[in-house]
Design a protein around this ligand. Sequence first.
Ligand SMILES: Cc1ncc(COP(=O)(O)O)c(C=O)c1O
Length: 449
Amino acid sequence: MNARQQLTGLDHYWLPFTPNRWFQDHPKILASAKGAYYTTNDGRRLFDGLSGLWCCPLGHGHPRIVEALTRQAQTLDYSPAFQFCNPETLRLADRVAAMAPEGMTRVFFTNSGSEAVDTALKVAYGYQRLRGEGSRTRFIGRERGYHGVGFGGMAVGGMVANRKMFGPIMLPGVDHLPHTWNPAHMAFSRGQPAWGAHLADELERLVALHDASTIAAVIVEPMQGSSAVVVPPIGYLQKLREICTKHGILLVFDEVITGFGRLGENFGAQRLGVTPDIITFAKGVTNGIIPMGGIIVREEIFQAFMGAGAPAHAIELFHGYTYSGHPMAAACGHAALDVLAEEGLIKRARALEPVLENAMHALKGESGVTDIRNFGLAAAVDLEPIPGKPGLRGMKVFERAIEEGFMLRVAGDAIAVGPPFISTEDEIARMGEGLRRAIRHVFQQGNAA
Ligand SMILES: Cc1ncc(COP(=O)(O)O)c(C=O)c1O
């Protein structure tokens, strides 16, 4: 019997963001996980080189999280999100706000990054409307940006493949800043590229084109994660902040990947020294164990909704989810944030940054490697595509890395890594060498499909 015949469900399950026909022939089934390793259903141990999907920085099966979930299930498994709350969720809002940049005080919970983004866009527009600027209906995203798959997030996102099937039904009135990756000026940069701050001036051009009175908000990831680690040039985000402030445009940082330590500080905002008006978060808040997301907003945004003149018994924001602030997710969030603090894991992520940088940049010179980028505990390697078959080389390296014992992420012909904060220096070095072997193996095969 081959691997496919042994598996039930392959005839019924439609995998998200996956080439399903390829998967049918190359099924990858994970049976268990502990610490920084997964084990497949055929007993192979894989180093978790992308922390799940960027969401499990503390590793898997942490006893503290397991205990918190068990306790919460026995105490209060669900409480209605509307008109009621529970102590865990209230306390988690306090903790998340305490970790955020100064002045960002109010937390609204969702269940995913996509929901967080759509919530942020609705709150941004609602705020503009409440302050008498209802003509500001436009949002500005950025090429190569990823903001999830809701109707708002898809529209402000800038990854072409995610948009092209849905063009005719896209939220109108969206424009995009250019992305900041330019190999002529920044190939093989370590950390933030020195070139490119001027690309933020493109926002002035968009303001001149559309007029500030039509723009509600700009949304960017401080570091673009899903389009394979595009690192902001030095000074770029500061300029975006200045231009937004000058024109009354809200600045939203989508920190679904960068929040909770990936860049070596609580949020990317702190690492990069720029405070936005709204932060979106998800993934790391619960270490990915239970879905949870949310937004953090400046106090004056919250107060604009509270002070809109409606009677006290009237709902101020007609928005929310059945599972907003789910008590199980909140309990998981507390345990994850306890582990993050008590085990000093954000500092550890920062300390591992040069280790990852060296491991990945050591691949410079391998045939077919056209760029290497890194920032925080994240890095990416661009590979020369097979002519006429974009994405196939990346897929082959990804498959080969599994043979080598590493789970990485493939995005077209780029390989992205974001190891758990609990990784050892040795594990990161071994991941770099495993990727080297995978790249050599695939390039030795040439361009054959
Ligand atoms: C920056 C960013 N925003 C939003 C999302 C969407 O999050 P989710 O998949 O939880 O909906 C992601 C997911 O990777 C992301 O990286």
